[in-house]
Design a protein around this ligand. Structure first.
Ligand SMILES: [Zn+2]
Ligand SMILES: [Zn+2]
Length: 343
């Protein structure tokens, strides 16, 4: 039997790397050798048992577990495969949708109630339907390519919030998603202020071009944002962390006529009391964004290909597959910025 090495999460926080059967290919299925797989906040939620889907159960049914931010090379194709061939460099479009519901018909497949994700990137090989693959231009490194999905999610969020070139944007949070937002805002928007409380991440934000980095433990960031905006507040506020404090701050920091995007999911979930008059009289727009569309992936790749953005600048730690437990721990402790695994 052909075997590969793959990570399995047996129960919360118990991750092991063991042999698994190499997937067999059916019609239009493709085998990809994974070169690199990013560790996402959602992987951590599964790892910690905060989130659990039927499609990625704990145990031996989920080789490669939830890894979805990967790049690799096609090494085998099943019958009838037409879109990719052996040797192609690829990254996944991670949503499989039903194609029939109202949302799918409107092209909003990320809202499909029957959507499933392409998971399994923490393994030497992964089996994917050919329609879920995006071919990579040869000039793109696998380090940049594996961050196509998170970059596309940020792009999708900024499209939802209607980013304009003269917008002053406040990003709440200083994790990988904050830093990718920052790169996009500096490319397409105006001033960008990052509010966080991890010194090393804020230092990287400064390196990446943030106009102001505000450590919420050390500065009166409300006063700083008001000073930077002539007392008006930000045109757009992006929540890359989501809890009642962050949302309260977003409403304090946004200007009249401004927009707020709730980009991050909240775990645990919470209800929030809103002053509706503030929304009404100030004409605030509150929006959410989750996942990304295929077009967002293509736009993200195009930005990388043209050298306008280099998402791999946020990668701080890389581990071989056998040390994936350390990778999860590094991401967990927030000492890292972006952690990747190289199977
Ligand atoms: Zn992700
Ligand atoms: Zn659907």
């Amino acid at each position: 039997m052909d075997v590969m090495r793959a990570a399995f999460v047996l129960s919360p926080r118990e991750v092991v790397v063991e042999e698994a059967a190499l997937p067999r290919l059916g019609s239009r299925e493709v085998l990809v050798r994974v070169k690199i797989c990013g560790l996402c906040a959602s992987d951590l939620k599964f790892f910690n048992g905060l989130k659990s889907y039927q499609e990625t159960p704990y145990g031996k049914e989920s080789p490669g577990f939830t890894g979805h931010e990967w790049a690799g090379e096609v090494v085998g194709v099943g019958p009838d495969t037409a879109l990719v061939k052996e040797g192609d460099a690829v990254t996944p479009y991670i949503i499989n949708s039903c194609g029939a519901c109202k949302y799918c018909r409107e092209g909003r497949v990320n809202l499909c109630p029957r959507k499933r994700y392409v998971h399994g990137g923490f393994a030497e090989f992964i089996k994917v339907m050919e329609e879920n693959l995006i071919k990579l231009p040869s000039s793109i490194s696998s380090e940049d390519a594996c961050l196509t999905e998170p970059l596309a999610c940020c792009l999708h969020g900024l499209r939802r919030v209607g980013l304009k070139s003269d917008d002053t944007v406040v990003i709440i949070g200083d994790g990988p998603m904050s830093l990718l937002h920052l790169m996009l805002v500096k490319r397409f928007g105006g001033k960008c202020l990052v509010v966080g409380h991890h010194g090393h991440r804020l230092a990287l934000a400064e390196e990446l071009g943030a106009d102001f980095v505000l450590n919420s433990l050390e500065t009166d960031f409300y006063a700083e944002v008001m000073r930077a905006t002539e007392g008006y507040g930000a045109d757009a506020v992006i929540l890359t962390v989501n809890n009642a404090d962050a949302l309260t701050n977003a409403f304090r920091l946004v200007s009249k006529g401004g927009r707020v995007n709730i980009f991050a999911g909240a775990h645990p979930d919470y209800e929030f009391g809103l002053n509706t008059n503030r929304i009404h009289y100030n004409e605030l727009v509150i929006t959410g964004s989750a996942d990304a569309l295929r077009d967002d992936y293509l736009s993200a790749l195009d930005l990388i290909r043209r050298g306008e953005l280099k998402p791999s600048r946020i990668i701080s730690h890389a581990f071989p597959l056998d040390r994936i437990k350390e990778a999860f721990e590094a991401a967990q402790k927030r000492l890292a910025v972006k952690v990747v695994v190289r199977p």
